[in-house]
Design a protein around this ligand. Structure first.
Ligand SMILES: Cc1cc2nc3c(=O)[nH]c(=O)nc-3n(C[C@H](O)[C@H](O)[C@H](O)COP(=O)(O)OP(=O)(O)OC[C@H]3O[C@@H](n4cnc5c(N)ncnc54)[C@H](O)[C@@H]3O)c2cc1C
Length: 324
């Protein structure tokens, strides 16, 4: 028996969340004396990067090659994954709880007739219960999936991979011919953010809220992010108002992030925002209102006007790092 993992890649590069998910599955496989099989969709530049998935715990890699699979399509990927899981008589498939994983997992669970457990943060305990955050991160639930087939998504930044010196066996997997006709999404243009770490992979995040008054004031957020090598994020009203793109919105209805350091500037700390960030290792809050709820979740807090504090912080960090 094997545990299957959807290893997501873009233009031949695997996402950090894929390595974490493989590593997590390998720990799960150890508990259950199984092996891990990674499933990779779309063209790859080199076979070595497929073999290298062995470093993160994959014993085997099934590569579903073809340029018609290069653009992520949740319905199509779910159909192909289902064929693989059925053919291999699998009972468990693990995906990253990122944008693509969150879109794909429900389709897969529905098509494959599996139970779906999203955003787990632990290996199962002796009773087979997985932990996950509930009520916007205010509580932890222990959930035991009962169905014979299970789809699980792993919250990013929960497990840190420990790469090992081993390679995976790579095999090609041919989907049914008609699958190529089932593509429903055609990507016309891809715009990538240049020069900054993707939010889901960042270990430092500088995030701004409505306290910044308008998009014209985001220069200092970007500057602070640049000196720290951080990604930028925002609260939901900021994205709703069009001050920042929606992919930067974190929280209950946005992205869940778990960086080492989350700096919240001019954000009140509503429960829906905290739900997406309270797994961060350290939280620093800058807010002019000493009663702002975010201070209760903060490790460090600065009560002050962001327009005075942030430029001084940038200068201090530049001086510390020797940047002119
Ligand atoms: C179903 C539902 C889902 C939601 N999902 C999300 C979600 O995913 N993510 C999310 O963020 N929100 C979400 N919200 C909205 C959430 O409830 C809050 O309204 C939102 O987080 C508030 O955003 P904010 O803190 O940027 O703005 P505000 O609440 O307006 O807070 C602005 C803060 O800036 C401070 N401030 C003002 N001026 C300055 C200054 N000069 N210097 C320093 N500080 C200053 C103020 O003291 C205040 O604390 C959701 C709401 C609902 C109902």
């Amino acid at each position: 028996m094997a545990i299957f993992v959807f290893a997501d890649q873009q233009k031949g590069a695997f996402k950090k969340a894929s390595f974490e998910t493989l590593y997590y599955a390998s720990q799960l496989a150890k508990q259950q004396q199984q092996e891990v099989v990674a499933v990779v969709m779309g063209e790859m530049n080199s076979a070595t990067s497929l073999q290298d998935l062995g470093r993160y715990g994959a014993r085997r890699v099934l590569h579903v090659d073809g340029n018609w699979l290069n653009d992520f399509d949740a319905r199509l990927y779910a159909r192909i994954l289902k064929q693989i899981l059925n053919q291999q008589e699998a009972s468990l498939c693990v995906l990253p709880h990122d944008f693509n994983g969150r879109a794909l997992a429900p389709y897969l669970a529905a098509q494959w007739g599996a139970t779906l457990l999203t955003g787990v943060t632990s290996l199962p305990d002796a009773q087979g219960c997985f932990q996950k955050q509930v009520f916007s991160g205010k509580a932890i639930a222990w959930i035991k999936p009962n169905a014979a087939r299970q789809v699980i998504t792993l919250l990013p930044n929960t497990f840190t991979p420990q790469p090992a010196d081993q390679q995976a066996e790579v095999a090609q997997w041919q989907p049914l011919q008609e699958e190529a006709q089932q593509r429903r999404i055609r990507v016309k243009e891809v715009q990538t953010t240049q020069g900054r770490v993707p939010l889901s992979e960042a270990s430092i995040i500088v995030s701004g809220g409505r306290g910044l008054k308008g998009p014209e004031n985001w220069g200092m957020i970007e500057q602070l992010a640049d000196v720290l090598g951080a990604a930028t994020a925002c609260s939901r009203p900021v994205a709703d108002a069009g001050w920042r793109p929606h992919h930067e919105h974190v929280g209950q209805t946005g992205l869940t992030v778990r960086p080492n350091l989350y700096i919240a500037i001019g954000i009140s700390g509503a429960i829906q925002h905290l739900a997406g960030v309270n797994g961060s290792k350290y939280i620093v809050v800058i807010n002019k209102d000493p009663e702002a709820p975010f201070f209760q979740a903060a490790d460090y807090g600065i009560v002050g006007d962001a327009f005075e504090v942030v430029p001084r912080l940038i200068e201090a960090i530049k001086k510390y790092k020797g940047i002119s």
